[in-house]
Design a protein around this ligand. Structure first.
Ligand code: ZN
Length: 425
């Protein structure tokens, strides 16, 4: 047998879900080094390891989280609280933590938390992540970890803070991420923390550097009230934090205005978009090649918002994907949980579309769909192996979504990251 067979790895499962074509019963996935070479029925020269009653999925892609909150056992505050109250609690906790620790300790603590978050992502079958980072990541990393787009968080309403945030962005892009599996992006945080001028400058900078932009937008009714009338609970909360600057946002501005500006970035992830209107979906649909919305069902439910218009936005041509958001407003970093939640609560969304929302479409949101997000020869061997229920289901998607079966193991660029609790062998 030629030597090259020694470097080929293969897995067999009852079902393989390539993501870009129908599921394959009794399927095999094979790869050499980090690259897929075969995805199809169990035949041919491969001697696959058998995963049994399991499904092999493309590695899941989580385009929105804040890994710096990965140490939280439960979300901040109480379910159903108002969003401005929640964000104020977060800011106060962050300020207290920074004041109580030396800068160096704080940086070390942040990084430990992020690494714990990445480990949780791998256990959840996630191999590609979009992370919002208050501080840059250090160069060090684990031997195998998900690819991370590090979106540097930028905050500044007042002129001086906005200028400092812009200089932070420039320095961050000049320095790069200093790690082979991390890439830079910018995150002007949200309309209530970023001046219009800072956002304009960030978009121009992203365009010049060719990096993606992620921005929280139309997340709460209070945000819309702030934009429409420069009044309401957000102004009160920002005043309490000494962070409100009257006149910093153009009066009567709408999320649509933000979308039209963000459309100039090379790639944009609109985070949440819970309260966007159909004419704003149209803007997103017109720019579907470069703009995506990331719906985070855990956070959406935490604040008690109504039904998210998944099917309606998809029908309008909006590129949608699913994210977990952080543990500050979501129970954990499992992406399968929100995928299953959508599959069970949105009967008007096709089950194969649900898989794409957490794989291919999420990879496309990050601009990584040429490398990952579906199982195709030539792409990376990023795989999630998920247990299937003992009961028989006539439809493989039903088997995948019906019960909360666990992720058994994850392969990241061809290398296995075993969960010691759930070793297959
Ligand atoms: Zn967020």
């Amino acid at each position: 047998m030629p030597d090259r067979w020694n470097s080929i790895s293969a897995l067999r499962a009852d079902w393989v879900f390539p993501g870009n074509r129908p599921p394959v019963r009794n399927g095999v996935v094979a790869w050499q080094d980090s690259e897929l070479i075969y995805v199809g029925p169990a035949r041919g020269p491969f001697q696959p390891r058998d995963t049994g009653r399991a499904a092999i999925l493309p590695g899941l892609v989580n385009p929105h989280t804040h890994l710096e909150f990965s140490h939280l056992a439960t979300p901040f505050g109480q379910p159903g609280m108002s969003f401005p109250d929640w964000i104020m609690q977060i800011v106060q906790a962050q300020r207290a933590s920074v004041e109580s620790a030396e800068a160096e300790c704080e940086a070390a603590r942040l990084q430990e938390t992020r690494q714990a978050g990445l480990a949780e992502c791998l256990r959840a079958g996630v191999t590609c992540v979009g992370d919002i980072a208050r501080q840059p990541w250090p160069a060090a990393g684990a031997a195998v970890e998900p690819e991370v787009t590090v979106f540097r968080e930028l905050i500044g309403l007042a002129d001086q803070r906005a200028e400092a945030a812009y200089q932070t962005a420039v320095a961050f892009l000049e320095q790069g991420t200093r790690h082979p599996t991390r890439r830079p992006g910018l995150s002007p945080h949200a309309p209530y923390t970023v001046s219009w001028e800072l956002l304009q400058r960030c978009v121009a900078l992203a365009k010049q550097a060719g990096v993606p932009v992620a921005m929280h937008l139309a997340e709460s009714p209070e945000e819309l009230e702030l934009l429409a009338s420069a009044a309401g609970p957000f102004v009160q909360r920002l005043e309490e934090l000494a962070a409100w600057v009257p006149g910093t946002l153009p009066r009567g501005i709408r999320p649509r205005d933000y979308l039209e500006l963000l459309a100039h970035a090379p790639r944009t992830l609109v985070i949440h978009g819970n309260f966007l209107l159909p004419d704003e979906w149209d803007v997103l649909a017109q720019h579907a090649e470069t703009m995506s919305v990331v719906y985070c069902p855990g956070t959406h439910a935490y604040f008690g918002y109504g039904r998210y218009p998944v099917a309606e936005m998809l029908a309008a041509g909006v590129r949608l994907s699913l994210g977990t958001d952080s543990r500050a407003s979501s129970p954990d970093l499992s992406l399968l949980a929100p995928m299953r939640w959508v599959a069970r609560h949105h009967a008007d969304v096709e089950p194969e579309q649900v898989l794409r929302l957490g794989t291919f479409d999420a990879a496309r949101a990050l601009g990584r769909d040429h490398l990952t997000g579906s199982l195709e020869p030539g792409k990376r061997a990023d795989l999630a192996v998920v247990a299937l229920p003992a009961a028989d289901f006539s439809d493989p998607y039903e088997a995948l979504w019906a019960e909360d079966t666990p992720v058994l193991t994850t392969f990241c660029r061809g290398r296995e990251v075993l969960d010691p609790c759930r070793n297959l062998e």
